[in-house]
Every structure is written in structure tokens, then in C-alpha cells.
Design a protein around this ligand. Structure first.
Ligand SMILES: Nc1nc2c(c(=O)[nH]1)N[C@H]1C(S)=C(S)[C@@H](COP(=O)(O)O)O[C@H]1N2
Ligand SMILES: [Mo]
Length: 389
């Protein structure tokens, strides 16, 4: 009994110090923005405590940039110990020269700033029916930030990419909790690695990249889902083939063609999840808001993976004809565009507001996204129900 209590006591101490460490780790960025440091969650939706998975409430996604301390967090094993030794990123494989870069070495290259949407491939998983195991994200495993750092292409070109190279393997410092758990080992095709928007980011929204978001260095791959944006980047290896292992060969794959829920799909009929699909969200009014009759402004965001959003349309259950919304931001690949529409609420009743976006490839949002085993790439039309009183 006493023994148990002693053990529990110890565990609470550990938990408390873990929370304190997290608070401390995010404090730097928050203070720089003049805000109170956040506790581990602080009003974000906690989807998982360990590792910490936090979702942003959709009503907070209406700004051009998502503040760092309101940005969703996803990691498979949690942040590694950082700061015990100077950070280094090693480059090896099919290169003329191997090389290890310190942060200062990285910053000796041209630093660029790229606004880009980061979205988890599983954002919206909670909307699939039948339900799917995994983190039950709804709307907010997405955010938009300004990322600064150096182009991966500049580093690779400097080191000389050898003939036959086709993929770039990426490994972070967050080791799996047990040797039986596969490591978070990923790769991107060389072509994508050489794209000018693919960068090793060391800053997020003007401050050093917070630890929870992969500080001191992470990869950003605008247009592609979050699983490519490797955090705590340590090792870059240029290779002939894709990375092996669970997170490349089994995870993050979807059927080439839609299949009925639960259907077994041959591995050869699966393709990797890469480019985000077109999507929009209503950020205001919030679901369940009570409003007076009359004109109201509806606002939200829209983005896509390839190209840019060309059209956002708004409708309601009372007035189902789609009407164009107005954009507040220019079209910019990789970024989101805020939009607004006017809604005239005539009668006292619940009203359902709907939004759908179309992109420069002519892709538009479906009513619901075809079911896939892991619940990736949900982009069904967003709907919010409000009460007119
Ligand atoms: N090293 C490492 N990088 C990682 C992950 C991880 O578990 N380990 N998770 C990935 C996934 S699935 C997502 S959605 C994004 C989330 O980034 P964020 O926590 O900054 O929002 O990080 C990606 N990079
Ligand atoms: Mo993710």
C-alpha cells in the first residue's frame, strides 16, 4: 500500500516536471509575442496527452497567421531532449561530399521566409463513418505560419547530388519509446526536395521554432501533408529508393480508387499521401451561436495543396443555391485565403451554413470524402449550425 503510494507520488512528480518542462519549452516563443506562456494545452483541444496531440478550436483559425501557442501539435513520440549539445544536421548518401551543419553553418545560406499551411494528413479523421481508430481530429489539425530557414535545394546543390539519387531520407531526433516501435523515418522524392519552397526552418512566425513544433530545425514542405514536415531534423540521406519502414511503406497510404468501407486493398493499389486536397472551413460564427434575425458576416479560410483556391461558395439549408464569397487575401500557393460572405437570417430557427472551395486544378470539395482505412485527407463540405432567435 505504502509502496504503491510512493510509486504514484513519484509518477505525479514526474508528470508535474514534464508539464513544467513543456511550459518552459514553449515559454520563450510566447514571451517574445508578449503573451503568457501556455501550459501544455491552455484551451486547445487535447486529443492525446502522451505524446501530446493538441487541436486548435476552429474559431481561432480565422486569422492570416496562426499564433505559435495556438498552433496544433502532433508528434508520435514527443519531443526529444534538445539543448544538451549544439544541434547538428548531417548530410550523407549519394552526395559528392558528406557534411554536418551546425545552426550557424545553416544560417550562412540565404534565409527565406515562406507562409504555408501545415495540416495533418489525418485532420478530419473524426468525421469518417464508419469511425476510424487513431487521433480523432475534427477541424483544427491545421494552421498557417510564416516559416523561415534555408532551402534544402541550396544545401543539396552545394554538396553535389550524385547520379541515381531519387529520394531524400529524413530522420528526426525523437527516438521511438521501445526498440520494437518503428522510428519516424520518412523520405520525399528528390524533385520535391529541390523545390524552392522546401526549407529547413528554424523560425516560426518570427521567433525561434518552438520545441513542440520541431525546434531547433524542421523540414517544411508547403502543399504536402504534415507527415513530410519532419521535426527535430538530424539526418538527411540522399538515396536511390524511398525510405523503408512502417511510416513510409505501411502508414500514410490511401487507395488509388475509392473502396467500400472495410475493404481489403492490395499494397500495389495504395499510393502515398502527399499533396493536400482542396478544403475550406467556417471560422465564424461558431457552431451553436445564437444570433438575431438580419444580416450577419460569415468568415472562414480555404486552401489547397497544388495550385491555389480560385473560388469559395457559401450556402445555407434555407437558401441552398451556392453564392460566391469574397476573398480577403491574394492567391498564393501553399497559403490559405481568408474569405467572407453575407448571410441574411430571415426566420427564427436553426440554420445550417455551408462552404465549399474550388482550386486552380478544377478540384472541388465533395459532400463526404471516400472512406479510407486510416482516415486521411478528409475534405467534406464544412457545415455549421446556428440558432436565429
Ligand atoms: N520527428 C518527427 N517529425 C514529425 C512527426 C513526428 O512524430 N516526429 N509528426 C509529423 C506529423 S504526422 C505532423 S501532422 C506534423 C505536426 O507538426 P506540428 O506539431 O508542428 O503541428 O509533424 C510531423 N513531423
Ligand atoms: Mo500528422
Amino acid at each position: 500500500m505504502d509502496h504503491d503510494r510512493a510509486l504514484f507520488g513519484r509518477r505525479d512528480v514526474l508528470r508535474a516536471s514534464f508539464a513544467a518542462t513543456l511550459a518552459g519549452m514553449t515559454a520563450g516563443a510566447s514571451r517574445a509575442r508578449g503573451a503568457e506562456p501556455r501550459s501544455a494545452a491552455d484551451g486547445l483541444i487535447v486529443r492525446n496527452r502522451r505524446p501530446l496531440d493538441l487541436e486548435t478550436p476552429v474559431t481561432e483559425l480565422g486569422s492570416w497567421l496562426t499564433p505559435n501557442d495556438r498552433f496544433f501539435v502532433r508528434s508520435h513520440f514527443g519531443p526529444p531532449a534538445v539543448g544538451l549539445a549544439p544541434w547538428e544536421v548531417s548530410f550523407a548518401g549519394l552526395l559528392d561530399h558528406d557534411r554536418t551543419f551546425s545552426l550557424n553553418d545553416l544560417h550562412a545560406h540565404e534565409v527565406v521566409t515562406v507562409p504555408a499551411v501545415l495540416q495533418c494528413a489525418g485532420n478530419g479523421r473524426g468525421f469518417f463513418r464508419p469511425t476510424i481508430p487513431g487521433v480523432g481530429w475534427e477541424r483544427g489539425a491545421v494552421g498557417h505560419a510564416e516559416w523561415s530557414g534555408v532551402r534544402l535545394a541550396d544545401l543539396l546543390k552545394k554538396l553535389g547530388v550524385r547520379a541515381g539519387a531519387a529520394h531524400v531520407h529524413l530522420l528526426g531526433a525523437d527516438g521511438p519509446p521501445s526498440p520494437r516501435t518503428p522510428a519516424w523515418f520518412r523520405s520525399i522524392p528528390l524533385e520535391r526536395a529541390l523545390a524552392p519552397s522546401t526549407i529547413l526552418a528554424t523560425r516560426m512566425n518570427g521567433v525561434p521554432l518552438p520545441l513542440l513544433h520541431g525546434g531547433p530545425v524542421r523540414l517544411i514542405v508547403p502543399g504536402w501533408t504534415g507527415n513530410h514536415w519532419v521535426k527535430w531534423l538530424r539526418h538527411v540521406t540522399v538515396a536511390r529508393d524511398e525510405a523503408q519502414g512502417f511510416y513510409m511503406q505501411t502508414g500514410y497510404r490511401i487507395p488509388k480508387l475509392p473502396v467500400p468501407p472495410g475493404a481489403a486493398v492490395k499494397p500495389s493499389d495504395l499510393v502515398p499521401v502527399t499533396t493536400m486536397n482542396v478544403k475550406s472551413l467556417i471560422t465564424t460564427p461558431a457552431a451553436g451561436t445564437r444570433l438575431a434575425r438580419g444580416e450577419h458576416e460569415v468568415r472562414g479560410i480555404a486552401w489547397t495543396g497544388d495550385g491555389h483556391v480560385t473560388r469559395v461558395e457559401f450556402s445555407t439549408d434555407r437558401d441552398p443555391a451556392w453564392k460566391p464569397a469574397q476573398f480577403l487575401d491574394e492567391a498564393r500557393p501553399g497559403s490559405w485565403r481568408r474569405w467572407r460572405a453575407t448571410w441574411s437570417a430571415a426566420d427564427r430557427a436553426p440554420h445550417t451554413l455551408r462552404v465549399r472551395a474550388t482550386d486552380s486544378n478544377g478540384e472541388s470539395q465533395p459532400e463526404t470524402t471516400p472512406w479510407n482505412r486510416s482516415g486521411y485527407l478528409w475534405n467534406g463540405i464544412d457545415a455549421v449550425t446556428c440558432e436565429v432567435v
